[in-house]
Design a protein around this ligand. Structure first.
Ligand code: SF4
Ligand code: SF4
Length: 292
């Protein structure tokens, strides 16, 4: 049993009220689309929606995996909704979004891990909202032949940014990310970059699950060694009492230290801070990293 740590002041954020977010939420309901921003009660929602950024979750809300930090439901997912890519694209157009992150649960039940559905979404967004930048935040496509199939599918429909989160240090994988494999995730990132040298690659890690500074630095080195361009580093927050506990709140100074370490390694953009999420400031980070 681990005592629940008290949240330090830099974690508590004031949620402003405003009807811009309300309006966007209504549009989302009309179109039956799901955003991670709302589902995860992300503290950055006003800022992101206000800037024309949102993170959409495609392929349903039921995951075939069971990571100890994650709040998504587990079980047997439904088949992909063939109408979803067009609905997503029209909603993005309607909301006037400038930068979208499209993500999904793990679909170990699908031969291509859901890559085909991602590619159709990219295609529909390019058709209906041609000026919107697209970042995809994908699962690891783990399983025999699945990574090859996914890469083949993305060959003709690349996003503007390819993001796959490494989530934690290799030492904690068994406990935190069972069903995933550290080297597999690194290989996916590297192979995507090899296939699309002009597309920015990105990954992210959460702190507070029991990792050490040395281990985090090791993971950042590994990501650079696999040609990853951008990195996000944020504090893990426990979604409920049933999830992995927060073992430590890393301090803003430590996040700063990791930011400097990341830039010294050669990342084109490092977002490191307690409230940083995989998609936090995704639009500005991409612009700063030269995505155009
Ligand atoms: Fe949504 Fe990501 Fe922004 Fe949070 S940080 S509001 S999940 S886009
Ligand atoms: Fe959550 Fe992704 Fe793990 Fe599924 S694979 S439980 S969505 S973190």
């Amino acid at each position: 049993h681990v005592e629940t740590l008290r949240k330090p002041s830099w974690i508590r954020v004031r949620i402003p009220t405003g009807n811009a977010v309300q309006k966007l939420k209504e549009k989302l309901r009309e179109n039956a689309l799901v955003t991670v921003c709302e589902e995860a009660s992300c503290p950055n929602i006003h800022e992101c929606f206000g800037h024309g950024t949102a993170t959409f979750m495609i392929l349903g809300e039921v995951c075939t995996r069971r990571c100890s930090f994650c709040d998504v439901a587990h079980g047997r997912p439904k088949p992909p909704d063939a109408a979803e890519p067009l609905k997503l694209a029209l909603t993005i157009k309607d909301m006037g979004l400038k930068y979208v992150v499209v993500t999904s649960v793990d679909r170990d039940d699908l031969r291509d891990g859901g890559a085909g559905h991602f590619a159709t979404c990219i295609h529909e967004i390019r058709t209906h909202a041609p000026n919107t930048k697209i970042e995809i935040l994908t699962p690891d496509f783990r399983g025999k032949g699945r990574m090859e199939r996914a890469l083949e599918i993305f060959r003709d429909a690349p996003p503007d940014v390819f993001n796959h989160n490494i989530e934690t240090v290799p030492e904690l994988y068994r406990n935190v990310r069972p069903g995933a494999d550290y080297q597999w995730s690194l290989t996916l990132l590297q192979q995507f970059k090899a296939q699309h040298p002009d597309v920015t690659t990105k990954s992210g890690i959460m702190l507070g699950l029991g990792e050490t500074m040395e281990q985090v630095e090791g993971t950042l080195r590994d990501l650079r060694a696999h040609d990853v361009d951008m990195i996000t580093i944020g504090q893990y927050l426990q979604p409920s009492a049933h999830h992995h506990p927060v073992l430590r709140y890393w301090t803003p100074e430590e996040f700063k230290q990791l930011e400097e370490f990341g830039y010294a390694l050669g990342f084109t953009h490092v977002a490191s801070g307690p409230l940083v999420r995989s998609s936090y400031h995704a639009d500005r980070s991409a612009a700063e990293a030269g995505v155009n």
